[in-house]
Design a protein. Structure first.
Length: 461
């Protein structure tokens, strides 16, 4: 009987974009567009620049582009820095508690530039990364998170699968790449309780580690085929005591979990999206004003409501605190009708802080994941109740929904409307693109040219 790593490798090495359902390819393009748009909107926040400065060695070369400044670096440091950029404003895509896009996209992009791959190969790598990692995270994340952070645990598998497919590794080498990536996994969630910066870079470390695993395997490094189920393997290390699922990753290619990926409308924790959305609906659809609210009771999922940082109610000195605080996000959404990044920086907003004192968060074991039951008691004695129990319905956007969100974020990006449309067109054209030059020209800062090969320079828009 094959092991999970072997099944994952067989799927990855044999993945051909031409045989992937059209809906899956389209979803990968949606995930790519969302990830890049959120990254561009995060260029001025600083975490991408910090990551680039940390890996910059003083040289001007490298096979891959850095998306914050437009510079170049080696594939591994580029994957790290670009992941930090895509995660800078915490508005990435989500599958369960795992954020596959911030790991898969930077690793696939760096590998594709390194290998001078075409658009179809890049997209195949992306799909492999999303599918392989979510095949493991889906059944295990409830057992591992917290205390471990899902993106740190499952991200290296995503990056390794993406890079292995882009590099065209055969099945044995892909097996080793995934096994090595499993051994490189890790990451705690204490950062959210402390309000510190580790979480901004955990995805980058996962992307870099997974890409390095694929590069090592390409050079002949070997990994254990029992890397997941083996004694002292991934499952025993991170989900100790759990029964090992014998069918792990046995539906790859028959089920496509990328279709279950959801998107964040707000730059806050995934667990706070639906509560904040409920508050925005109270403001925008029910016409409720913050000053009309006597009390606001929020029933949320018990695990999510007790996740590190979610219950924090101040004082606030860092965005890392406000984006994790469910009461801050809900109060902001009700006061302003939405949550943008600027609102997360207003630590002393008097209207938000006043409303927070009237909010009670109730972690309820009977409340489904990523749901909310909100009851507002008003000064006129009325009670208004809003229930959102289907996160997928609200956050699993269509192609048009992803683009509408991108246009909504345009004021926070360093792009014009025309440049954003060029990015839309570049993503659409990827399945038939000879290389990634047009995509990169649409993404990189406009002050720098895009160089795909040493003798080629393509002006950025």
């Amino acid at each position: 009987m094959s092991t999970a790593i072997q099944r994952m490798a067989e799927f990855t090495a044999g993945l051909d974009l031409a045989s992937v359902p059209a809906a899956v390819v389209a979803r990968a393009q949606d995930c790519l567009l969302h990830g890049l748009v959120v990254g561009i909107a995060g260029r001025d926040i600083g975490f991408g620049e910090t990551a680039e400065a940390a890996v910059y060695d003083g040289g001007a070369g490298g096979s891959a582009h850095l998306l914050t400044t437009g510079g170049r670096a080696g594939a591994v440091p580029a994957a790290f820095a670009n992941s930090a950029l895509l995660h800078a404003r915490a508005q990435e895509d989500t599958h369960g508690t795992f954020h596959p896009g911030i790991v898969t996209i930077p690793a696939a992009l760096a590998a594709a530039e390194n290998a001078e791959a075409d658009g179809a190969t890049f997209l195949a790598g992306m799909i492999a990364g999303y599918e392989v990692a979510t095949a493991v995270s889906d059944p295990l994340t409830e057992l591992t998170t917290p205390p471990f952070r899902a993106t740190g645990l499952y991200g290296p598998l995503a990056a390794a699968a993406a890079a292995a497919r882009v590099f065209g590794l055969d099945r044995p080498k892909t097996t080793s790449a995934l096994a090595l990536a499993a051994a490189f996994a890790g990451g705690t969630s204490e950062t959210f309780a402390a309000g510190t910066d580790e979480w901004h870079y955990q995805g980058g470390v996962a992307a870099a580690n997974g890409l390095m695993a694929a590069l090592l395997a390409r050079q002949g490094a070997r990994g254990s085929v029992h890397a997941l189920e083996g004694r002292a393997g991934f499952i025993d290390s991170f989900a100790r005591g759990a029964e090992k699922p014998g069918c792990l990753a046995d539906r790859l290619g028959a089920e496509w979990r990328i279709l279950d990926v959801t998107f964040k409308p707000f730059p806050v924790c995934a667990f706070n999206q639906i509560p904040a959305l409920g508050a925005a609906k109270l403001a925008c659809e029910e016409g409720i004003r913050a000053q009309d609210v006597v009390t606001l009771d929020l029933k949320v999922n018990e695990r999510e409501g007790t996740y590190p940082g979610v219950g924090y109610d101040g004082p606030f000195t860092e965005v890392a605190q406000t984006l994790m605080s469910v009461s801050f996000g809900v109060a902001t959404a009700l006061v302003h009708g939405q949550v943008d990044y600027a609102a997360l920086q207003r630590f002393a907003d008097p209207d938000v802080l006043s409303l927070m004192r009237r909010i009670t968060v109730i972690p309820d074991p009977a409340q489904p994941p990523k749901s909310v039951a909100a009851t507002a008691t008003l000064v006129d004695g009325r009670q208004v109740r809003i229930v959102i129990d289907d996160a997928a319905k609200e956050l699993s956007w269509s192609r048009d929904g992803v683009r509408e969100n991108a246009q909504r974020l345009l004021p926070e990006m360093d792009l014009t409307a025309e440049q954003l449309n060029r990015l839309f067109a570049a993503v659409d054209a990827l399945p038939n693109a000879a290389d990634l030059s047009v995509l990169l020209a649409a993404v990189l800062p406009s002050c720098r040219p895009v160089k795909i090969h040493a003798d080629e320079s393509i002006p950025a828009p």
